[in-house]
Design a binder for this molecule. Structure first.
Ligand code: PLP
Length: 396
């Protein structure tokens, strides 16, 4: 008899965003005419840059002419795009062979699919608070999950420890939701730990473009020994506004060998089995991101998001509130005042200043008492929201 995967019953409901949506709507119904400032969303608000749009249009035209038409694309990605990404790594000081790069339909897809490289009886370590996909995908596969709590004393950047001993280690830096980013030495400790215990790090670099500080690595491969233990998962979603366009890439180094098996070769084989490649049109759009013009234009958008983050940073600093993120990440993770819970602070902000953010407990129990703001909103609204936040916190 067919047996459905009963672990679906173990997944938490999409409770967090549903509750935020419900509470905000209820407020708007009973306070007609009020405007709400939605400062929680992790989706981008600025459009794709002109270089990408131009490339997408040209690619659509290609598909309408027999001479330039493309059918199935190579499963691992368009060789030109893989080469451009490898060059981008080289510009950042990391030597990379283009065969180590695999074009994807976004980080979310690959964070799930990559688990097919590992048996289900491997254990998994997730640093919490965490992006929910790390837990949910492994819960569905039936893996044992170690939830390693992070905390304010360590700036939400825990060090490797006995409790973290697992086969697969998730590290997200700069982090969603805390905005905290590992320094070179902090990340090196995790790389050394993984090599020592034979684990594989799944390094989520979705927000690397937001890094400003020199001592924070953009790629885990900047660190000694990472090519022997880490897979890096990247996305153009936040880098270049591709959340609705869908292109990312994953790096599986040739030196990554476990149990005598080469994970790069396994992943190449996995792609042949699991995908018929990313659309020609989208890969042409992605290729434009890696041109000098594309790089300049995506950085124009980045500056706008960074100014949004700076508005929140100034407000929190002026009000003397502890927070992480903002400088090297699009998220700010603040401590709620007066011992309030994240949900308590949510209600307070909505009622008093009509600003909506995300309660920290939505990302795991150790997020209780913290609150996440996003820098992806409209600049004018962000300025106003940060200003209201400052005056509210000052008033106490
Ligand atoms: N990883 C992290 C940490 C994220 O926050 C997100 C999206 O918000 C993703 C991955 C998914 O990115 P993509 O849009 O490429 O699927």
């Amino acid at each position: 008899m067919l047996k459905p995967n009963t672990r679906y019953g173990d997944l938490k409901e999409a409770y967090l965003f549903n509750t935020i949506y419900r509470k905000t709507n209820e407020y708007l119904i009973s306070n007609a005419g009020k405007k709400v400032f939605r400062m929680g969303v992790g989706d981008v608000s600025l459009p794709l840059c002109p270089a990408v749009i131009q490339a997408l249009h040209a690619a659509v035209e290609d598909q309408g002419r027999a001479a330039t038409f493309h059918g199935y694309m190579p499963e691992a990605g368009d060789p030109a795009l893989r080469k451009a990404i490898a060059e981008h790594y080289r510009d950042g000081g990391v030597e990379m062979d283009e065969h180590e790069i695999f074009v994807s339909s976004g980080a979310c897809d690959d964070l799930g699919d990559i688990l097919e490289l590992f048996e289900r009886d491997n254990s998994v370590m997730v640093i919490e608070p965490a992006y929910p996909e790390y837990v949910d995908t492994n819960l569905l596969a039936g893996r044992r999950i170690i939830h390693l709590s992070s905390n304010e004393e360590k700036g939400f950047l825990p060090e490797p420890c006995e409790e973290a001993r697992a086969d697969i280690l998730y590290i997200c830096s700069p982090n969603n939701p805390t905005g905290a980013a590992f320094s070179r030495s902090g990340l090196q400790a995790w790389v050394d730990f993984a090599n020592e215990i034979g684990a594989v790090i799944l390094f989520d670099a979705a927000y690397e473009i937001f890094i400003e500080d020199k001592e924070i690595p953009h790629s885990i491969y900047e660190l000694e020994g990472a090519d022997r233990c880490a897979i890096e998962i990247c996305s153009l979603s936040k880098t270049a506004g591709f959340t609705g366009t869908r292109v990312g890439y994953t790096v599986v180094p040739r030196n990554l060998i476990r149990g005598g098996m080469n994970l790069n070769e396994m992943w190449a084989r996995n792609r042949e089995t699991r995908t018929n490649g990313v659309s020609y049109i989208l890969q042409k759009g992605a290729l434009a991101v890696f041109t000098p013009e594309g790089q300049r234009q995506i950085r124009d958008n980045l500056r706008i998001y960074k100014e949004n983050a700076a508005c929140f940073m100034r407000a929190l600093e002026a009000a003397g509130i502890w927070y992480t993120g903002g400088k090297n990440a699009p998220y700010l993770w603040m401590k709620c005042p007066d011992g309030m819970s994240g949900w308590g602070f949510f209600d307070y902000l909505l009622k008093e200043i009509q600003v909506v953010g995300i309660p920290g407990e939505g990302f795991g129990a150790c997020g209780r008492g913290y609150f996440r703001f996003s820098a992806f909103g409209n600049p004018e609204e962000t300025k106003e929201a940060a200003n209201r936040l400052y005056h509210l916190l000052e008033r106490g």
